[in-house]
Write a protein of this length. Structure first.
Ligand SMILES: Nc1ncnc2c1ncn2[C@@H]1O[C@H](COP(=O)(O)OP(=O)(O)OP(=O)(O)O)[C@@H](O)[C@H]1O
Ligand SMILES: [Mg+2]
Lengths: 289, 334, 307
């Protein structure tokens, strides 16, 4: 039977989908989970059964009306969870972007230009790598107004060091490749070579590292929010746990209040890690962590 | 140049690096409250500064030298830092240093056993998995480690506390000791109270280091000298223990050191969940009351601690790897 | 009884691109105190043959045929027998000297551990033995070498130390994989003289690119694309080569003006017929049939229809 063009297209898409699922089941699973989460974040108002800010009877255990019960103000935990996806993913993505852009820039410039620029940039990276990041994030976040944007900046600005190191060592290898030398000899500008050759040859680790950078940004955000430094207007998963912890949910064993956001953090992080897995091997992530 | 002399130079270079790092960190700490938005007075003294009377405020202002030029303030601050003086907590009515000394001890009591246990566990499990790459044990251990890696420490701790303290009632919560006993019984009591927190922290340390050790073993097993060792007819045991693990050691030490900061962060969070009286709870309280001097002091203390640990690790690394600091080092860069 | 008998040995690697035949149909005989040189272009399977002889290939290699050492099948040995044989009965001088020593263990210790493992000597005595072998291979200060780490030694020094190590157990057979690789002319000569001295009491299989080095062996085997194409007494093979490839190798020597063999060594070219025919100037119609190794005179065998 002849398939129509859209039919063929769908068949082709599903074929490649099945093929990649077969060859790389973990990465495919990661993609599926993240797609679902992004959809949940985008369509939160349609998916959430209640307005997460609306108060009601507190401390209700899960029921068909409140799938994950209610918190101490009687707000629907399930709806809060869905809206929390927005906040957590946004912070993770944006912080991840900030840290990857800084890290890649530092790594490439240090590795490509060598000399004093390398000394300075990698020296700075080493200093930052030595500072325990959570205490420093805590201080910065404590001084700034508790807002989502401030958290994004703080987490992003302190998370780039490992990326810089990784990219730096890869650029050192790429630099040794024969064709880079010959391109330089041909008189191409450094910027051209960096964009056309160096970046191209480092992009695989940059993609993978971005995925892990988002994961680690989400973890930092969760820790800051858990400590009560989150944005009270945009409640993330970490902040839900903070409220459960500081307003008696944990002490009174109201598991439906703190466990679901916690599991969401785990699942999302796992999905980001799965994205970096290649084939049936897991060696990639081990090099990047 | 002799090996010993090369080594000495290597260590001196390291010491210089750490010294510079320390100065940078202290400077960052000096700059933050002055650069952040808001009243620098409050940024330096904490939010409780608005409650104290004018006279005391003036005194403190003079002490911090806020009326003097910035370079004088910097010198004053550095001199204070040299004496480990980080000002005064109006909120707690105590000198920051005193406040920290007391708490820091208990954080160390939490961190050191966790690092030792976690590191040892990682080495053993990493070896088991690394030498049986692809086996069931390997996949199980790797899977668990990756899961731990993606699990926030506070969530893990909360679940453990719920199960073992709330439901089963096996372990106590909230204090470091029951405070009644003495001598050996006192130590046992502390061990009992710290069992769960140390176990959790060790598990986090082990999970991360495990991944590194396993990876490092894989890489070393592929080296040519391992093939040569096989050609010599050495048994698998000898190759694994003498030739592979001996090569893992330097990498293991340096990753343990790099992970120190992460362990400090983990310890802070876990103290809070278990409400143990350490730096974590101190920081938590100070965040709540915006007690900035304490936050800053805590940051500097923790950072110095991490720096010291890293310096020690660098020295150990230099001792375990003969290539370090050898001016006759022909090939490989370290 | 001959020392080593290799029969119809072939090795196939299970690679991502599919199976790859590295060597095929190798027959070899070594007597006591025999010496054999194996020559051939890079990638023709010399090292694989050496490793297969000691059953050193990893799991992705499928080995067929048999290797019989003193009447015992190497591929039927227990793990224990195998470990005993390696380093004691058959010893390998590996190909990359600088990468062959463990970087964090002193040279002396690495030699001593082999001597002890082979049960030749123990403790102080083993150390003494290691020191004397370091002396034999020509180090002026054996104690310093004994105590030094590999990163302090040059490639040539590592090669010497490797030879000291491999000979220190007085093995029956030494397989030396390109012992002169990457050395200047003078050191090459030194190493060869020393190797000849050190292996006087053993059989030697020397893998090399260097026909001058091959000249110190009684026999020479020429390999091409995983097969032996010519084997015979060294004088005969080098002076009256019967295979066109051997002639090419001889002409390609620096002393003969480095005339290159036309065409490229296509290692994955495993089609029917003579594997050398796409590069052979004398190619004829028969060459599409795979030639067998046949004896053209006493002890001189060639894999060519027209030799
Ligand atoms: N572990 C392996 N997996 C796949 N292929 C291999 C492996 N080891 C060797 N080969 C292939 O077998 C062929 C023969 O390799 P071998 O190392 O024996 O060459 P060689 O003759 O020793 O060359 P050289 O003179 O460069 O040392 C090569 O084409 C190589 O690619
Ligand atoms: Mg070879």
């Amino acid at each position: 039977m002849e398939l129509s063009l859209p039919g063929k297209l769908i068949k082709r898409l599903s074929d490649t989908g099945i093929k990649s699922l077969d060859q790389n089941p973990l990465r495919s699973l990661g993609i599926i989970i993240l797609t679902v989460l992004v959809l949940a974040a985008v369509f939160a108002p349609y998916l959430a059964p209640h307005d997460p800010k609306q108060t009601g009877i507190p401390h209700q255990s899960p029921s068909s009306e409140h799938l994950l019960g209610t918190n101490d103000l009687g707000q629907d935990v399930f709806s809060e969870l869905i809206y929390g996806t927005r906040v957590s993913l946004t912070i993770g993505f944006l912080s991840g972007i900030i840290s990857i852009v800084i890290g890649v820039t530092v790594g490439i410039f240090a590795g490509y230009f060598r000399g004093w620029a390398e000394e300075l940039l990698m020296g700075t990276t080493d200093v930052f790598l030595l500072i325990p990041s959570l205490p420093l994030m805590i201080i910065l976040a404590a001084y700034l107004n508790p807002s989502m944007w401030n958290i994004i900046v703080v987490v992003g600005l302190l998370g780039w060091c490992s990326t810089a190191r990784l990219v730096h060592s890869r650029v050192l290898q790429v630099r040794e490749m024969q064709f880079i030398e010959s391109t330089r000899a041909l008189g191409y500008s450094d910027i051209y070579i960096i964009i056309r050759h160096v970046l191209v040859n480092t992009k695989d680790i940059i993609y993978a590292k971005f995925s892990l950078a988002v994961a680690s940004a989400m973890l930092s955000e969760a820790s800051l929010s858990f400590l009560g430094l989150g944005d009270p207007l945009n409640i993330s998963w970490g902040e839900m746990i903070h409220f459960a912890f500081s307003r008696g949910g944990f002490a009174n064993d109201l598991w439906w209040w703190y466990l679901p956001p916690g599991l969401m953090i785990c699942v999302t992080l796992l999905a980001f890690i799965m994205l970096t897995m290649e084939g049936r091997k897991d060696s990639k992530i081990l090099e990047l962590i | 140049m002799s090996l010993a002399k090369g080594r000495a130079r290597f260590f001196a270079g390291k010491a210089l690096r750490y010294g510079i790092t320390l100065v940078i960190i202290l400077s960052i700490n000096f700059a933050i409250p002055r650069a952040m938005p808001g009243d620098p007075m409050i940024n330096l003294l904490g939010e409780d500064a608005v409650r104290v009377d004018r006279q005391m405020l003036d005194e403190l202002r003079a002490q911090y030298g806020l009326d003097r030029p910035i370079q004088d303030q910097y010198i004053e601050y550095m001199l204070g830092a040299g004496r480990l003086d980080f000002g005064y907590s109006i909120h707690k009515n105590l000198k920051v240093t005193e406040l920290i000394y007391d708490r820091f001890f208990w954080t160390l009591v939490l961190i050191f056993p966790s690092i030792a246990i976690g590191g040892l566990l990682a080495l053993v499990l990493g070896a088991i998995a690394g030498f049986r790459q692809g086996s069931k044990v390997d996949r199980l251990l790797t899977g668990v480690s990756i899961f731990m890696y993606s699990c926030p420490s506070f969530l893990f701790a909360m679940v453990i506390v719920t199960i073992f303290s709330f439901h089963l009632g096996w372990f106590p919560l909230g204090n470091i000791s029951s405070g009644r006993t003495q001598g050996f019984a006192y130590l046992l009591d502390i061990g009992y109270h710290l069992f769960l927190p140390v176990a959790i922290l060790s598990a986090f340390e082990a999970a991360y280091i495990f991944l590194i050790v396993r990876n490092s073993i894989t890489q070393i097993m592929g080296e040519y000298f391992i093939f040569v060792a096989k050609a010599k007819g050495l048994s698998a045991r000898v190759i694994e223990l003498r030739h592979v693990m001996r090569n893992v050691l330097p990498q293991f030490i340096s990753i343990m050191a790099l992970n120190f900061g992460f362990m400090v962060s983990g310890a802070l969070i876990i103290e809070i969940v278990f409400s143990l009286n350490g730096m974590g709870t101190l920081i938590y309280d100070s965040v709540m009351s915006r007690d900035y001097p304490v936050l800053q002091g805590a940051f500097v203390f923790l950072t110095i601690f991490v720096l010291a640990a890293n310096f020690l690790a660098d020295v150990l690394y230099g001792i375990t790897d003969p290539r370090i600091g050898d001016s006759m080092n022909t090939g490989k860069m370290i | 009884m001959s020392l080593l008998k290799v029969r119809d040995l072939s090795v196939t690697f299970d690679t991502l691109q599919g199976p790859f035949k590295a060597i095929e149909g190798i027959d070899l005989d070594m007597e006591e105190l025999d010496t054999l040189a194996i020559v051939g272009e890079s990638g023709c399977g010399k090292s694989v043959l050496g490793h297969a002889t000691m059953r050193l290939l990893d799991d992705i290699a499928v080995v067929r045929g048999s290797v019989i050492y003193r009447g015992r099948e190497v591929y039927a040995m227990s793990q224990k027998e195998l470990l005993e044989m390696r380093g004691k009965a058959i010893s390998l001088v590996p190909q990359s000297p600088s990468a062959s020593f463990n970087p964090v263990i002193r040279i002396g210790k690495q030699i001593t551990e082999l001597i002890e493992k082979a049960g030749v000597a123990h403790g102080r005595e083993a150390e003494e033995r290691a020191l004397s072998y370091l002396d034999y291979v020509g180090f002026s200060d054996p104690h310093a070498i004994f105590d030094s780490y590999p990163h302090r030694m040059s490639g040539g020094m590592c090669e010497r130390a490797l030879i000291a190590m491999s000979t220190s157990t007085e093995p029956d057979l030494i397989i030396a994989d390109e012992p002169t690789k990457g050395l200047d002319a003078l050191s090459r000569k030194n190493i060869l003289d020393m190797l000849q001295r050190m292996t006087a009491g053993s059989s030697l299989i020397m893998i090399t690119h260097d026909l001058k080095a091959a000249a110190m062996c009684k026999r020479v085997a020429v390999m091409y694309s995983g097969e032996i194409v010519e084997i015979g007494p060294t004088r005969v093979v080098l002076e009256h080569p019967a295979h066109q490839y051997t002639r090419g190798l001889i002409d390609a020597q620096p002393s003969k003006g480095m005339k290159p063999i036309p065409g490229r060594h296509n290692i994955s070219h495993k089609s029917e017929g003579c594997r050398f025919r796409n590069r052979c100037e004398l190619v004829q119609s028969e060459c599409v049939r795979h030639p067998l190794l046949r004896e053209i005179e006493e002890g001189h065998m060639v894999r060519c229809h027209y030799a």
